[in-house]
Design a protein around this ligand. Sequence first.
Ligand SMILES: [Zn+2]
Length: 209
Amino acid sequence: MGGYGSGRAGWRNKVEECRSLDVNRLHREGCLAPGYSGGWNWMRDGESIANISMHSNGLTLTLEFRVSQNGSEWKDICQPIRLDSTPCRFGGSRPWFICPGVGSGRRCGRRVAKLHAGGTYFLCRHCYQLGYASQSEQEFDRLLRRANKLRTSLGGEPGTGALIARKPKGMHWKTYDARVAEIDQLEESANKLFIAAHQHRWPDISLFL
Ligand SMILES: [Zn+2]
């Protein structure tokens, strides 16, 4: 079972968690050539998880798909993306997408190799700040490591599910209270980061017919 769309002429399959389009891959597969009409199919475990139809006139690649975010109603999207190319040092040229994103009233317009479906449209990494999730994950780990170190320094077990140990003998209450307060604060910050990083989910994308 290859997922629907996979047997269609001009369709390409891609195994990747993120719904992203790579301009070099599309170029190699002939999807940017004038007159191309077909689609792209994202696969996981042999099943289609998302797909879009695409056609190119050589200057613009037009994507057509339906999008639903967090279970909201499906919206039909037709998204033209301008193409550009720059000469290579040893001849030939390499293609680029011109990111169609608009942020704070300004067009992004960056020449990029990849566009990602991080919201309604396919936009570049800068527009979706996809680097954010991994950065915040590092910070999340750092906060919890510090909290765990404090938990074990008091003689307790690491992990937010464990009880914080009682005050060790010989330790001042002031010191103990300060450590407990710091553990609470670190774990609360980690929790806030986790929520912020994960509320941004990949939308569902389906073929627009
Ligand atoms: Zn952009």
